[in-house]
Design a protein around this ligand. Structure first.
Ligand SMILES: [Zn+2]
Length: 258
């Protein structure tokens, strides 16, 4: 794949990134050449995609099979009142194209699964899990493990948030399934029924973009193999190390090839 240099407009547009010792022109060029998949254009996907696009990611695939609903607008900051009823990915594309025409947004108005999910994860540099259900989370994790792609996972409900970053190009690192095994009796709670504090989704979605951009630009210490738990009541973060499950059905020995 041909790597391209930054244009004069991009050098100006991203000048406040380029001024950072940690990023500079080289780091910004890595961001501009990156392809990222954002799964979900809801509470987490909106702020995540907003910062990925504004920060100059070259290609942003956004997948979501839902349409914009009036009850989404309290927190899903890419969508507008006028776009209620439209596919969320179309609404997101409109907003992101206006924000940054240098970022190519590819809307996928569907629930990604099977071969299509597999092929797309294989084609991108990093995946951001911003979805709201365990079925999709596990499918995305399996594809990321198979292709060795970094996975930045977020979750937000009520006043509780979680962020976890998986270094899936490292065979010794844990995966999402090591943390939350599939089939465990975890009751699924969704914002649709449980409520969620609007800025909480911004906190977690923005942190997902923060970690993803660090990985793409290649600086700092990505929060790999760590679960960051955020309590919005007290504004408190708690960090937990994620251990690899040696018997994990997804990333453990004997689990490959799929
Ligand atoms: Zn695992």
């Amino acid at each position: 794949m041909n790597k391209r240099d930054l244009t004069d407009e991009e050098l100006l547009r991203y000048s406040r990134h380029i001024l950072l010792d940690e990023i500079g022109i080289e780091g910004q060029a890595r961001i501009a050449n990156a392809k990222v998949l954002v799964v979900g254009a809801g509470g987490l996907g909106c702020p995540a995609a907003l910062y990925m696009a504004s920060a100059g990611v070259g290609t942003l695939y956004i997948a979501d099979d839902d349409t914009v609903d009036l009850t989404n607008l309290q927190r899903q900051v890419l969508h507008t009142t006028a776009r209620v009823g439209l596919p969320k990915v179309e609404s997101a594309q409109t907003h992101l194209n206006e924000l940054n025409p240098c970022c190519q947004v590819i809307p996928l108005a569907k629930r990604l699964e099977g071969d299509e999910l597999d092929a797309l994860v294989g084609a991108v540099d990093l995946v951001m899990d911003c979805c709201d259900n365990f079925g999709t989370r596990h499918a995305v994790n399996r594809a990321c493990v198979k292709h060795g792609k970094p996975l930045v996972s977020g979750a937000a409900i009520r006043l509780d948030g979680q962020l976890a970053v998986f270094e899936l190009n490292n065979p010794d690192a844990p995966c999402y399934h090591c943390l939350f095994p599939e089939g465990d009796d975890v009751s699924e709670v969704r914002c649709a029924t449980m409520g969620v504090f609007a800025p909480l989704t911004g906190v977690i979605g923005s942190l997902q973009a923060h970690e993803a951009l660090k990985i793409l630009a290649g600086f700092g210490k990505p929060m790999y193999s760590t679960l960051q738990i955020y309590d919005g009541r007290g504004c408190e973060f708690t960090k937990m190390k994620i251990r690899k499950d040696p018997a994990c059905a997804v990333c453990g020995p004997g689990s490959k090839p799929t």
